[in-house]
Ligand binder design. Structure first.
Ligand SMILES: Nc1ncnc2c1ncn2[C@@H]1O[C@H](COP(=O)(O)OP(=O)(O)OP(=O)(O)O)[C@@H](O)[C@H]1O
Length: 312
């Protein structure tokens, strides 16, 4: 758990972060979202002490980070920035090995870890380990950047606009990969983005910042249903709110007993997928399949539409 307690940071006359308090649960993804200059990066960098707070305290698992040597702290926290930040004259393998080498791991252990990570990120170790960053695509460089951040198995991963430089298709894939990776490793992720759509997709919790302050910290469902008046409401209104709401609910949650024609949709898919499928097929209801393949329920267009409006 990361406890941020009344943290502020000034740069001269500018108050970049203004009295922020937040609790970030272990094993969750928290998205810090806001416009440029709202203090997101400064707040993120105070967690690994790349920036020292002017006042306030940050505790990680109960331990005040101001008492931990900065190097030691940073080795235990992965950090990924926009445009990957790889060392251009080092091979991919050496880039990934940066922190394990600093920690003095044995060569065989480092090599095994590098291979494991390359495989995890779907990059063949024999093909890609010896390449240099400029020989990779933007998406591949980004994956190597995340692999490097995870090399020493940190419990926390900080990401500052990690997908900002990727084109929309690669970006969508990278977001899905991050979700899968986080669920698999159970790490705590704090990600900075100026994109509310990205925050809604990735965040278990979304923290909206403006002028260095937290305006609202909530789950995606809460934020969509009850955005704080003013700035947050405006940000949320810019997203496809009804479709976003639908994507937060699984088909199983509203499926009813009965049958329908056609190929079934999995109960674990979300209502947005179900709506899309219904519209495409031009029908009123779809059969719903369970993990064991059995089909006992259906989901109807009417019941989906009832979930797409403003919650009352
Ligand atoms: N090293 C610095 N020296 C002076 N001012 C700074 C410094 N770093 C940040 N600031 C100022 O602090 C405020 C918050 O900046 P910060 O980078 O945290 O915002 P941000 O929300 O991450 O913005 P962006 O999305 O553009 O990165 C801005 O007004 C910025 O100009």
């Amino acid at each position: 758990m990361i406890e941020i307690d009344k943290i502020s940071r000034r740069f001269g006359d500018v108050v970049a972060v203004d009295d922020v308090s937040l609790v970030i649960g272990s094993g969750t993804i928290t998205a810090l979202v806001g416009t440029s200059g709202s203090g997101k990066s400064t707040l993120l960098r105070m967690i690994n002490r790349l920036i020292a707070p002017t006042s306030g305290t940050i505790r990680i698992d109960g331990r005040d980070t101001s008492g931990v040597p900065a190097e030691e702290l940073r080795r235990g926290i992965g950090y990924v920035i926009q445009g990957h930040g790889l060392f251009p004259h080092w091979s991919v393998a050496r880039n990934i090995a940066t922190v394990p080498r600093l920690l003095g791991w044995e060569t065989a252990r480092i090599d095994a870890r590098v291979r494991e990570l390359l495989e995890l990120f779907k990059l063949d170790p024999d093909t890609y380990g010896t390449k240099f960053p400029h020989q990779l695509s933007g998406g591949q460089q980004q994956r190597v950047g995340v692999a490097r951040a995870l090399a020493a198995q940190p419990a926390i991963l900080l990401m500052d606009e990690p997908f900002g430089a990727l084109d929309p298709i690669i970006r969508g894939q990278a977001q899905e990969d991050l979700l899968a990776l986080q669920r698999r490793l159970g790490i705590t992720v704090v990600i900075v983005t100026h994109d509310m759509e990205e925050a809604l997709l990735l965040g278990d919790r979304i923290v909206v910042m403006d002028g260095g302050r937290v305006l609202q910290a909530a789950t995606p469902a809460e934020l969509l249903a009850r955005p704080a008046p003013g700035f947050v409401e405006k940000l949320v209104a810019g997203t496809d709110r009804p479709l976003r709401l639908l994507s937060l609910t699984q088909v199983d949650e509203i499926a009813e007993p009965g049958t329908a024609d056609g190929a079934p949709i999995a109960g674990t898919q979300n209502l947005r997928d179900a709506l899309s499928e219904l519209l495409w097929r031009g029908t009123q209801s779809l059969p719903v399949a369970q993990a064991d393949g059995s089909v006992r329920t259906r989901v109807s267009l009417a019941s989906i539409l009832a979930r797409a409006g403003r919650p009352r």
